[in-house]
Write a protein that binds this ligand. Structure first.
Ligand SMILES: Cc1cc2nc3c(=O)[nH]c(=O)nc-3n(C[C@H](O)[C@H](O)[C@H](O)COP(=O)(O)OP(=O)(O)OC[C@H]3O[C@@H](n4cnc5c(N)ncnc54)[C@H](O)[C@@H]3O)c2cc1C
Ligand code: SF4
Length: 478
């Protein structure tokens, strides 16, 4: 077939992702997007202009060779395409589903200047699904054993990426995880209808096949300290810490301790990690109301709202600013609206009202208006003096999370900033404690999967240099 001209490529319209209908999907936890057919994926990939200096690659925190993998899809070399992505990204099936491409690679795609950008995320998802469904994934070569023992603390995207990168370099790797299974927020935060468990488990199993060991139900900082891991009993040569930001922020308004008031983290953890809501198969309880109020308008708020909807509730979301300032991704907000979530913007919860048995029964909100921009550049919400009360038997607070303090408080040599975020060198991930590297939400506060992976990759390279006594990281603490 003759090569398409740039004009012909530009003339191809972006292919929309087929999705479950909203009225169907609110009754199940299956994935919302249904995926491209092969010929659609090849045609979508043909929209890429194979730019000489591709902006999309610069927009990607792990610098995937995007035109490289897209052109291989276009040519039908699917095995070559997924191999190309895997040169830089260990978790493409996850990233293709949850990365904010609209704020990264697709935001700067040149095709998007005249029309809609190439659907890079959907194609990353498609090609990694092709690999999984056709069972063509290969275990990468692991370098000869170095004799060095490395501990990884936390099994979220940062810990998984660090384990992969460190193991590939020939070190003996053991991952310590507080919960009974791996995956971090990928499992206990992001809902199944956005990211199926089978996708995460394949990556965890893959690490095991590479020889990575996992020790679950172990809280480092309680069960043992970092010094224990680095001491003679455990004998690790270095540690990578990726314990995330799992400490929920609360509003501090009266009634917050009533029964039926949850943080989004607790609510989502109960549903997705503990299988609550599926009694009697799972024993973890969930007080699942009929009228659920969600406080906040970020991605976590949308996840909590759409989860409560699937569990049968009438859901209303309260946010003190307007829709324009809502921090959620456009796609998440759009999906939530499609799924019949009610939105009350410019509504600031000021009290949760309980019944005689200390169960929440109502939520009181101040009506807000927008004033001058604040430090964040967003217009500041101000009370109008009016308020309203809604019935509500469950409230879920989705106001963001702070860094879990267990590691810093149990190891005072680890420096933290005034928000409790661990201070680490941006290039090497080296912390103030010798032989301890860190990455992910622990060093940034709540961020994204791909940022956590990017930091873990850099830290793994530096950790390797440190234990092998070579490169910039060696001598860092001298
Ligand atoms: C509801 C929700 C939805 C999100 N949606 C998206 C999205 O769509 N796209 C996106 O890019 N990002 C999203 N994020 C953010 C993203 O999930 C995080 O940025 C990312 O998971 C951070 O990875 P991490 O490995 O640093 O931490 P985590 O994923 O939090 O993993 C940390 C792991 O460490 C374990 N741990 C903690 N303390 C200890 C200890 N002391 N000892 C042993 N183990 C410990 C935890 O149990 C956990 O398994 C979302 C976050 C939430 C909460
Ligand atoms: S910027 Fe867009 S068109 Fe250019 S290489 Fe990247 S994906 Fe292709």
């Amino acid at each position: 077939m003759a090569e398409l001209t740039p004009k012909e490529r530009m003339a191809i319209e972006r292919h929309p992702m087929p999705e479950q209908r909203p009225e169907d999907r609110v009754k199940n936890f299956d994935e919302v997007p249904l995926g491209f057919a092969q010929e659609v994926a090849m045609r979508e990939a043909a929209r890429c202009l194979d730019c000489k200096s591709p902006q999309c690659v610069e927009g990607c925190p792990v610098s995937i060779d995007i035109p490289g993998f897209l052109k291989l899809i276009e040519k039908g070399d699917f095995k070559g395409s997924v191999k190309k992505i895997r040169e830089t990204n260990f978790l493409p099936a996850i990233c293709g589903r949850v990365c904010p491409q609209d704020q990264q690679c697709e935001l700067v795609c040149i095709v998007g200047k005249r029309g809609k950008p190439v659907a890079i995320g959907s194609l990353e998802r498609w090609i990694s699904d092709y690999e999984r469904e056709n069972k063509i994934r290969e275990i990468p070569e692991v370098a000869a054993a170095t004799g060095k023992k490395i501990a990884v603390v936390g099994s979220g995207p940062a810990g998984m990426t660090a384990a992969y990168e460190i193991r590939k370099r020939g070190h003996d790797v053991t991952v310590f995880e507080a919960f009974h299974r791996g995956g971090g927020v990928l499992v206990y935060g992001i809902p199944r209808f956005r990211l199926p468990l089978s996708v995460i488990d394949e990556d965890l199993n893959f690490l095991e096949k590479m020889g990575v060991k996992f020790i679950y139900n172990t809280i480092v900082g309680k069960s043992m300290s970092l010094d224990d891991l680095l001491g003679s009993e455990w004998g690790f040569d270095a540690v990578f810490v990726g314990t995330g930001a799992g400490l929920p922020k609360m509003t501090g308004v009266p009634g917050e301790n009533l029964n039926g008031v949850y943080s989004a983290n607790e609510y989502l953890t109960r549903v997705y990690l503990m299988g609550a809501g599926n009694f009697p198969d799972n024993v973890t309880p969930l007080y699942q109301g009929k009228k659920v109020g969600i406080i906040g308008a970020g991605n976590t708020a949308m996840d909590a709202a759409r989860t409560a909807k699937r569990l049968g509730a009438d859901v209303t979301l309260y946010y003190r600013r307007s829709e324009e300032e809502a921090p959620a991704r456009t796609e998440e907000l759009h999906h939530a609206k499609e799924e019949f979530i009610n939105f009350k913007f410019l509504s600031n919860p000021v009290e949760f009202i309980g019944d005689d048995n200390f169960f929440i029964k109502q939520i009181k909100c101040d009506v807000m208006k927008l004033g001058e921009p604040d430090d964040s550049g967003r217009r500041k919400p101000e009370a109008t003096g009016e308020s309203f009360i809604d019935d509500c038997d469950t409230a879920i607070m989705a106001l963001g999370c702070d860094v879990n303090p267990i590691i810093p408080t149990s190891t005072p040599e680890i420096e933290v900033n005034k928000w409790g975020v661990v201070v680490a060198d941006p290039e090497t991930g080296a912390t103030s404690k010798k032989a301890v590297f860190a990455g992910g939400d622990l060093i940034t506060g709540g961020s994204t999967v791909i940022n956590a992976m990017g930091q873990a990759k850099r830290a793994a390279a530096a950790l390797h240099d440190f234990v092998m006594e070579q490169g910039n990281a060696f001598g860092y603490w001298k």
